[in-house]
Write a protein that binds this ligand. Structure first.
Ligand code: AMP
Length: 413
């Protein structure tokens, strides 16, 4: 495997994630695959891995309700790495919503599929077709793809899905939000009827339920979502970074999630500054805060509502009047000052579609407020990593102490 890719997997492997007391050895995996798990440094399986792996190894279809950050990538990659061997044609297909998720999934497949010499290609949009077509000419076993680019290849007949045995639809609700439902249905009609299918989603809106009923065979339902929160349709994610990386993290999230996005800044001056920064980066952005005239604010809201600007940067007070249907993503560039503000900000999404995403960018100083928000939500917010941004690693303190002014915990490498 390419050294940089291996480094990426190994570094994501250090991202904090809740594991169980169970062992990978007890899940039915072979020694060859167990060796690659030890190599990456995973000690215990996460809850979704405990539930999914043994069922997937038997070839039963699965609908997995799990959020990003739960370890679901390894939950489906490991059984695929067990069930496929190299050189029998293209038999594995994993469809993901974004390029970043596709690249990370490929990195996992390269690592865990090493012992079966599995060859994987990534078919993602925004890059040239040529190299992908040349990859498809090599003896491939698995393709990881985003829906639009995969359909392009199917239509050009540069990929043949006629032998697929293992199919994964990852983050199905996320793909739905991005408008990929027609492409997913087309993919499901193109692959053979006789196959093993696993679908993962953090929420189960009706179109996803329908896909499950039409295209999965007696699926085992595995639900490891935190209790009570799935019904509300909001997915919460936390990106812990160093203060100087907040801006980089915001830009990465804006590239990762393409829907209409409301970004919250704590102060007017920051909302103004952020909108200038994003504009300079080429994003269609407007801002709304109380230093603007009413007509400026109305114009900003109108532009956002009508889709002229995908991104609106707002302060808490200015956001009180925002009732725009279809906001897909809330980004807390600054962690809110009160739990009520978090709930209010989060409530700007999931209004009509009943699904939405709230990403909070926090630093170590925000951890007490994050804990209070988690207590109110009744769940811990999954810790996630943005592409190209080093996460700040939380370390549970062994003893309680009062920090001196200016004290800054050392970062774990
Ligand atoms: P995912 O939900 O697949 O995006 O995984 C979230 C993060 O958890 C990634 O950084 C993985 O590398 C990491 N991870 C997954 N499974 C484990 C495990 N069993 N032990 C430790 N880290 C894990």
């Amino acid at each position: 495997m390419h050294k940089a890719v291996e480094k990426e997997v190994l570094s994501v492997g250090q991202h904090p994630v809740a594991t169980t007391a169970s062992t990978f050895e007890s899940l039915g995996l072979s020694e060859a695959v167990l060796k690659s798990i030890r190599h990456i440094g995973f000690e215990h399986p996460t809850p979704i891995q405990c539930e999914v792996i043994p069922v997937a190894l038997t070839g039963k279809d699965i609908i997995g309700l799990a959020q990003t950050g739960s370890g679901k990538t390894a939950a489906f990659v490991l059984p695929i790495a067990e069930r496929l061997t190299h050189g029998h044609g293209l038999r594995g297909l994993i469809v993901c919503p974004t390029r970043e998720i596709a690249l990370q999934t490929k990195a996992f497949l390269d690592l865990f599929g090493k012992n079966h010499h599995l060859k994987t290609a990534c078919l993602i949009g925004g890059v040239r077709m040529g190299p992908q077509i040349s990859d498809l000419g090599k003896k491939l076993d698995i393709v990881v793809a985003t829906p639009g680019r995969l359909i392009d290849h199917v239509e050009r007949r540069t990929v043949n899905l006629g032998q697929i045995q293992e199919l994964v639809l990852d983050e199905a609700d996320h793909m739905l939000d991005l408008g990929f439902l027609p492409q997913i249905e087309e993919i499901l009609r193109t692959v053979p009827r006789e196959r093993h299918t696993m679908m993962f989603s953090a929420t189960m809106p009706e179109p996803i339920e329908r896909l499950t009923r039409r295209f999965l065979t007696n699926p085992v339902r595995i639900d490891i979502l935190p209790e009570g929160k799935a019904a509300e349709g909001i997915t919460h994610r936390l990106y812990l970074v160093d203060a100087e990386n907040k801006r980089k993290c915001l830009v990465a999230l804006l590239h990762q999630e393409l829907g209409s996005t409301l970004v919250f800044a704590r102060r007017k001056i920051d909302a103004e500054w952020l909108s200038k920064v994003l504009e300079a980066e080429g994003h269609p952005v407007e801002r709304i805060h109380s230093d603007l005239s009413q007509s400026e604010r109305t114009a900003a809201l109108k532009g956002f509502r009508e889709g002229e600007h995908r991104i609106l940067v707002a302060t808490d007070i200015a956001s009180r009047g925002i009732d725009v249907p279809g906001i897909q993503h809330i980004i807390n560039f600054d962690t809110p000052e009160t739990v009520e503000d978090y709930i209010h900000r989060a409530g700007r999404t999931a209004r009509v579609k009943a699904t939405g995403l709230v990403s909070t960018i926090g630093t170590w100083q925000d951890l007490p407020m994050i804990k209070a928000i988690e207590a109110e939500l009744g769940q811990s917010i999954p810790r996630c990593t943005a592409v190209g941004v080093s996460p700040f690693a939380e370390v549970a303190p062994k003893t309680t102490f009062v920090a001196r002014p200016g004290f800054r915990p050392r970062r774990r490498r």
